[in-house]
Design a protein. Structure first.
Length: 161
């Protein structure tokens, strides 16, 4: 599920969030995510999983933008999933890669150590382009026992044919 297409002005908001430490944008976008029709009324069903950043990228940025986007959802009654989920290795930024390279770049990148016990999970992230990141994380969560895994992003790129 996505709030917006990745085009102006949304692309500018995400750029400000990721590269200019604009956490006010994260709060606003997170509040909008919490109102998305696909999840409204499902606070008792869905457990929130912000897409993790590698510790190096998190240190460079100072925060995980997905975690900041998820904060308003947690304040409106959603619970965080109980998990030990990490990016096991540092990768090239997905934005610089084509679809095939993105999939290869993410092989084995996520590590999930805690059983998800058939929980319904909602992955939260800023942008979905090919879905490679979300699919890689969902695969690892399902291997750890998760039930249904959905994704909610601020923006999705528009595929032009």
């Amino acid at each position: 599920h996505a709030l917006f297409a990745y085009q102006p002005p949304t692309d500018g908001w995400i750029h400000a969030l990721k590269f200019h430490q604009d956490l006010a944008i994260a709060r606003l976008l997170g509040e909008l995510l919490a109102e998305h029709p696909a999840i409204v009324g499902r606070t008792d069903q869905l457990k929130i999983v912000p897409v993790p950043l590698h510790p190096l990228r998190r240190a460079q940025r100072g925060y995980n933008q997905a975690q900041e986007l998820a904060r308003p959802l947690l304040k409106t009654g959603y619970a965080a999933a109980r998990y030990d989920c990490r990016r096991a290795r540092h990768t090239t930024a997905q934005s610089t890669l084509d679809k095939k390279q993105r999939n290869r770049n993410l092989r084995g990148v996520f590590s999930v150590k805690t059983s998800q016990e058939s929980q319904q999970l909602l992955l939260v992230d800023d942008v979905m382009t090919t879905g490679a990141t979300l699919n890689a994380l969902a695969t690892e969560l399902k291997r750890a026992g998760a039930g249904r895994v959905e994704a909610l992003v601020v923006a999705r790129t528009i595929v032009r044919t």
